[in-house]
Ligand binder design. Sequence first.
Ligand SMILES: Cc1ncc(COP(=O)(O)O)c(C=O)c1O
Length: 445
Amino acid sequence: MRQDKIGIAYENKTQNSKALFTRGTRLFAGGINHNVRLFKPYPFFSEGANGKFIFDVDSNRYTDYWMGHWSLILGHSPKPVVKTLSEQLHKGTLYGTPNGASLELAELIQKLMPSAELLRFSSTGSEATMYAVRLARAKSRKRVIAKITGGWHGFNTTLMHSVNYPFHSPEGTGLIAEEEQFVESLPFNNLDSSLKILQSVIDDIACILLEPILAGAGCITPDINYLLGLQEFAHKNDILLIFDEIVTGFRLSIGGAIQKYGLNPDLFTLGKIVGGGMPIGVVCGKKEIMTLADPTIPADSEFRCNIGGGTYSCNPMTMMAGLATIKYLDENKNEIYSKIDGLGAKARSGLTKIFSEANIDAHITGEGSLFLTHFLNDKVKIIKNATDVSLSDQKSLYRYHLALMTLNQIFFLPGKMGAISYEHSEADIDQLLMATQRILESGLV
Ligand SMILES: Cc1ncc(COP(=O)(O)O)c(C=O)c1O
């Protein structure tokens, strides 16, 4: 059964989703409200989710590894979040005024991530990274942003460059070509080349902005010397260093990648997990930079940098959900991170063994509770950066994920990395390994 047959099996199981998707195409461009959620033949429509499971409108139940864009570290609807949101619902969902919960959440983030000397809440990660860049430009009075080739920081205009292979074409129309001259892209894990590129724009560079692990680009882990080398160069040359911890924050450890790898950024961004399943973005960092966002600075001052937050920023639902989640993570950190990291290690080593025994050239990337299978080929023998991922056999990866979904009720967003939550168990990883073995044995990929 090759992809088309798996596709037919998928369609047979998801007829109600198919009808809804068709209806959706009359309402939304391409039938969708976030490009990444679209896959062929069409995405299933969800009806509910609980713990590690997500249910579709055709009564299929999947073990979920997409977990709300990797946000739901405690699983779907964890008890502490349900309790606090049920109570908050009766006390107001959006005040449009400051509230105490935002202070509690900010203080907790600050305690766990001391680099967050000041913070600003927004409602999406795309906003947070956009504000971080604006602050960096305001502080440095320079224009160029260095990002990683393939790095994904959301749909904001500033950072919509060199995201998709071949990385040097515009990321679609509607973006102004002139803006691109202010974005340089660096090859991940290649320090010499990256430093050369940085050196070439040294007079006008505002910041280096990067994810510690390339998440959307293919779950690519860093060579720690690469991160430290960029950091050293940035500090030496007065270039602001920004880590986008929207995926890795509270995922790699309770103090994120900054704590795990011993990093020292000027600014960093958070999102996903810190919203506890509600919309969020946060830009955090050094006081001397974040202070530029203080609206009491006179509007005509050369020091004032206007960044937003937006109508829904620090709404009490998000603040309470985030607070319940981060408190729970903090109180149970040893147990939670050793469990999910252990399951991640088991998945990576188990999958590596299965692919190797099946004589299929694969590289399972990831760290902690994140992992992704890459199918290698003549062009790519190891995954070190986003170009390697783009040149790997993505059709096989897609077929593998669709087969897991259709034949084994295991959901990865096709092509994207998996995230393990506290709700997952050893038995789930065993099930994933057995399902993979069955798929390989039947020659489906
Ligand atoms: C590393 C990273 N930064 C920023 C974003 C954008 O966040 P949002 O989708 O909340 O706008 C994402 C989203 O996946 C991300 O993975």
